[in-house]
Write a protein that binds this ligand. Structure first.
Ligand code: FE
Length: 202
């Protein structure tokens, strides 16, 4: 029997993953960056700065009408009071979904996105196709992404810029009034805060 220790992976040498890894190796080898710092940075974006920051804001707004009112009135003031800071949230506006009104966010010009609330932007958000089409035919794009809206619902598309970035406050799913903050936050996906999905049912 052969030993089976020779592990071979088929990878496209031109894929972004392979290229990024090669670049990282080179920078580490040259002593320009430190591997543990890179790992820490990625973890910070994925866990701490990632969508959970936004999700907790949404959950808090579901729990407290007063907090919701403040968030919709002046999100910047709330973020400052909550000690939330980080990249690309200099000015944030929160748009609440309601029965008959659905909000969705895009950056038609480039890929402006509230990093400190949502983490790293997904690739589709940065794609020329999403950026062009969601403005022209939002309902169709949302349908393709798995979100069917009522035919009489109004769809509002918000175009982000370097001055103003938007976050969608999704509707609280029915039957979740008994849940606590962390349980509610776990229902709030990144996509639901961009407006291409709804908050999940537990
Ligand atoms: Fe942009």
């Amino acid at each position: 029997m052969s030993s089976g220790t020779d592990h071979h992976h088929e990878t496209d040498p031109r894929s972004p993953e392979v290229r990024t890894e090669a670049l990282e190796d080179l920078l580490v080898e040259k002593g320009i960056i430190d591997r543990t710092r890179v790992e820490a940075l990625i973890e910070r974006f994925e866990n701490d700065l990632g969508p959970m920051v936004g999700a907790r804001l949404v959950a808090k707004a579901w729990l407290s009408p007063e907090f919701r009112r403040r968030l919709l009135d002046d999100a910047d003031e709330v973020l400052a009071a909550e000690d939330i800071e980080g990249a690309e949230i200099e000015h944030i506006e929160i748009k609440a979904n309601e029965p008959g009104v659905h909000n969705v966010v895009v950056c038609t010009l480039c890929s402006c996105y509230p990093w400190a609330l949502l983490g790293l932007p997904p690739n589709w958000y940065k794609s020329p196709e999403y950026r062009a089409r969601v403005v022209r035919e939002p309902r169709k794009v949302l349908e393709e992404m798995g979100l069917s809206l009522d035919t009489d619902a109004e769809v509002r598309v918000w175009d982000s810029s370097s001055e103003t970035r938007f976050l969608v406050l999704p509707e609280q799913p029915e039957g979740t009034d008994h849940l606590d903050l962390e349980e509610l936050a776990s229902l709030v996906s990144r996509d639901s805060m961009i407006g291409v999905a709804k908050a999940q049912k537990p």
